[in-house]
Design a binder for this molecule. Structure first.
Ligand SMILES: [Zn+2]
Length: 358
């Protein structure tokens, strides 16, 4: 199904009908009884897209995008369900027509062949299904900010302490999974073997993150940064000649109360780093226009060579700062697992754009 967005100049109801119409046509090409396939459901308090889809027996990882496409009018910020609203569940009933059943089975078999397992993503997320080969040949080093005994910026939410490193790590894992699904080689530099991708709002703090492949992270800030620089630069040398990029992710604090959206930094002298930052920035601008036309995107992309990692690492890189963990509005965005997924997805799309236009 194509993506129908807010770009169409219909009234609100019209857009929704257009969705349903298209969906019916689509469904009917597989089924004889189109209307049987349109399950609708009313969101209850606490429902998220993932949990709602799961509750109705639909794999959220396969249908997340489609769900957003057909329910866009009833979503806040394009990813939040609104309590009491009715949503269409994108799902084809398998038991009505036997022909469909075999098509589904075939599709499933093909997918099983192309699936790889990575324990680092955790039990529920370890299977990575191949989506494409668009990043074949590309190598990414992903560094999430802080870790080990350094939690980064901290805040209190609902009486519980939350820390930057856990959220940056979760977004980084989601990004890694996206990149792997498109055929890239990915090194997750800061790692936590017992925290996979987490679907909770409050990500429990811990101190057992290590640096690739399994080295303790020093507490001293300069030693900590130097360790990352050395690991990345060693790998860079080893993979010499390949397309290699470094992506560093932080969820920072700035000054209290400031709402910062997403910032992208690069090295002043790196043409490729600048282009990578620009590609992701452009993708974010487009996404905001598409999904949140009434909201201004206030992120920027700029040179910030003063940052240690930007200055010292050899691969072309971008340093991403996602939101302000102490800002109430940003918190909402960072704490919501669906939002972390959307952020990771958008970054991955910018990364693909950069690779394909190299
Ligand atoms: Zn930070």
């Amino acid at each position: 199904m194509g993506l129908f967005g807010m770009n169409f100049d219909f009234g609100k109801g019209m857009v929704r009908n257009a969705f349903l119409f298209v969906f019916l046509c689509y469904a009917q090409s597989f089924l004889l009884h189109g209307q049987d396939t349109l399950a609708t459901v009313t969101a209850e308090k606490g429902d998220g897209i993932y949990s709602l889809l799961r509750k109705h027996g639909v794999n959220p990882y396969e249908y997340y995008r489609e769900f957003i496409d057909i329910n866009l009018d009833n979503l806040r910020d394009s990813v939040h369900l609104l309590e009491g609203r009715t949503y269409v569940i994108p799902k084809i009933e398998l038991d009505t027509v036997p022909v469909v059943d075999s098509i589904q089975k075939q599709a499933k078999e093909v997918k099983e062949v192309a699936a790889t397992t990575y324990e680092i993503f955790g039990e529920d997320h370890k299977t990575v299904l191949s989506k494409s080969e668009r990043l074949k040949g590309a190598i990414y080093y992903l560094v999430s900010g802080h870790g080990g005994r350094d939690p980064g910026a901290m805040a209190v939410y609902a009486g519980k302490s939350i820390s930057e490193d856990e959220y940056a790590y979760d977004i980084t894992l989601r990004l890694a999974k996206e990149l792997l699904a498109h055929g890239a080689t990915v090194y997750i530099i800061i790692r936590d073997e017992n925290d996979g991708i987490r679907e909770e709002r409050i990500l429990e703090m811990d101190r057992d993150e290590v640096a690739y492949p399994d080295i303790e992270i020093p507490l001293n800030q300069l030693d900590r940064l130097q360790q990352r620089v050395d690991i990345v630069n060693d790998l860079y040398k080893k993979n010499k000649g390949a397309y290699q990029r470094l992506i560093v992710t932080h969820v920072d604090s700035r000054s209290e109360g400031q709402n910062i959206d997403v910032f992208f930094y690069h090295h002043e002298k790196s043409k490729n780093g600048k282009r990578l930052a620009e590609s992701i920035h452009t993708t974010f601008e487009a996404k905001y226009k598409q999904y949140q036309p009434n909201r201004n995107y206030s992120g920027t992309f700029e040179d910030r060579t003063s940052l240690f990692l930007v200055k010292k690492t050899h691969p072309a890189m971008t340093f991403i700062e996602i939101g302000n963990i102490r800002n109430e509005k940003d918190q909402r965005r960072i704490l919501d697992p669906d939002n972390r997924q959307a952020l990771a997805k958008w970054i991955s799309e910018g990364v693909i754009l950069d690779y394909e236009e190299r």
